[in-house]
Write a protein that binds this ligand. Structure first.
Ligand code: ZN
Length: 487
């Protein structure tokens, strides 16, 4: 395709600190012959770029997330706590299940909940289990059966149903002793809250699926084994990798109870994301260093996507992006997915109270502290807000076209403009080029490109970071893809 370097179009309107360079030129292919080889280029001046922080809200998704119920979440968490000890090494024999005690009873109840939600939507959910035996290890004294329970809301578009977005929480709990499977381990916040988010998203989005079409598949997962070493999520992520599942996003909710205590900020939920991908090879690390791509892992783009959803929908709180894999001395299930090359982030309340997690319930008369992860320390409205943000993110991603493939940035010659090319995404009607200063945390500008898969912007690739995302007719955005340099 021919391309003219000397654009004459210019805008006088200012756009902040890079105003003079804020001109985009679209190279449109015209008169495409039957052979597909005849191609005449024409430059078309584009609308000025808009701010990437602009809201784009789907009224149907906004309505769906309003159905999230704090009361329903409270019932879920109280029910999970009633199983007394949900340690992965706690009881799961038939008698204990019947008595409603131990992780086996919790597992059966979660399964029944998913099945109930499925019944309410005419069988729209496939309820499944992933069971395996974990061999003895540091925190597993004897061979132990571990079961992940999940529900699949299959995508409505056969061409896109293999794309998957996933929400997860861990339903196992622990008390002060990781090897104690009998004394109370209520785990209301850690991670009854995350389990409740997964179940509530399943309830609300399966109901909405009748009205809202989700072309891509949504999986609602609850795992066990987290406290013993991420065993459940490791197994699930490995299975997904081995079976070639196209998981585009994993939302891990762990300790999203909004612990009611001093210093909590109920208007924020932290979203942790890895910088350098866990799976990056030495060669990839070298390339990331060369390009200044340290803050553009797929997980980080997912975190920015959540920030965008947080601006576009009224979830009741805002995501606070933490550019770090996890908190100090702690880990979580998102990392098991990162290790298999999937984009995965962790949601955690703004401020944790370590007296109210991983503690055997007790009262210390000397210091007056009540220890234990009890429902009375959970802010159910807060959990509902986190569930809304998760549901809006899942719905947005599952509604959106696939991220564009083969995104390239031309670096054949020294040039102050930037030319990007990509393959069109199925289901898209347009694409957006987004960019930000290299020292900015989030996307700053967005330029809509229609009718072509090639764009030249009067913005220097040396000074900013670019990405391209696909947009459908209703305005749903895909995850953005950072271009590969092409020489
Ligand atoms: Zn946890």
């Amino acid at each position: 395709m021919a391309y003219q370097e000397n654009s004459t179009m210019a805008y006088s309107a200012g756009f902040g600190h890079v105003s003079a360079t804020m001109v985009a030129v679209l190279t449109a292919a015209l008169a495409l012959g039957a052979s597909g080889t005849l191609c005449r280029a024409q430059e078309v001046a584009l609308e000025p770029p808009r701010l990437a922080a602009d809201r784009h809200t789907d009224a149907h998704i906004a309505e769906a997330i309003r159905q999230v119920s704090a009361d329903h979440i409270r019932q879920t968490i109280e029910k999970l706590v009633s199983f007394q000890n949900r340690s992965t090494i706690s009881a799961q024999d038939d008698e204990s299940i019947k008595a409603g005690k131990g992780i086996g009873a919790a597992r059966e109840w979660i399964k029944a909940e998913f099945e109930r939600h499925s019944k309410d939507c005419g069988g729209c959910l496939e309820v499944k289990t992933d069971t395996f035996t974990e061999q003895p290890g540091e925190r597993i004294p004897k061979p132990t059966e571990i079961t992940n329970v999940y529900a699949v809301l299959r995508g409505s578009d056969p061409k896109q149903a293999d794309r998957i977005v996933l929400v997860t929480g861990h339903y196992d709990s622990r008390n002060s002793d990781t090897l104690n499977g009998t004394d109370p381990a209520p785990g209301a916040n850690d991670d009854g809250s995350g389990t409740a988010v997964s179940l509530e998203c399943a309830r609300v989005l399966s109901k909405a699926a009748g009205k809202l079409e989700f072309p891509a598949t949504i999986i609602f997962l609850t795992v066990a084994g987290e406290e013993q070493g991420l065993n459940g999520s490791k197994h699930f992520a490995q299975m997904a990798k081995q079976q070639g599942w196209k998981i585009e996003a994993v939302l891990n909710n762990d300790i999203v109870g909004g612990n009611l205590g001093p210093g909590q900020d109920a208007s924020l939920v932290r979203v942790f994301s890895e910088g350098l991908p866990a799976v990056a090879s030495d060669a990839e690390i070298k390339r990331i260093r060369m390009l200044g791509g340290e803050s553009d892992s797929p997980s980080r783009e997912l975190a920015r996507y959540i920030a965008d959803v947080g601006r576009s929908y009224d979830a009741g709180l805002k995501p606070l992006l933490i550019f770090r894999l996890d908190r100090f001395l702690r880990g979580g299930d998102h990392y098991a997915f990162n290790q298999q090359g999937f984009a995965a982030v962790r949601f955690t309340e703004f401020r944790e109270d370590f007296n109210h997690q991983h503690q055997t319930p007790r009262k210390d008369d000397v210091n007056g502290i009540e220890y234990g992860d009890l429902p009375k320390f959970v802010d159910f409205d807060y959990v509902a807000h986190v569930a809304r943000l998760n549901a809006a993110t899942l719905a947005s991603l599952a509604s959106a076209p696939a991220p564009p493939a083969n995104v390239k940035m031309q670096t054949k010659s020294l040039d102050n403009d930037t030319t990007l090319t990509w393959d069109p995404s199925f289901g898209s009607i347009a694409h957006e080029v987004v960019w930000r200063s290299t020292n900015a945390a989030d996307w700053e500008y967005a330029q809509t490109i229609t009718g072509t898969t090639r764009a030249t912007l009067k913005v220097s690739k040396d000074n900013v970071i670019f990405a391209v995302r696909a947009v459908d007719a209703a305005g749903h955005r895909s995850l953005p893809v950072v271009p590969e340099p092409e020489r």
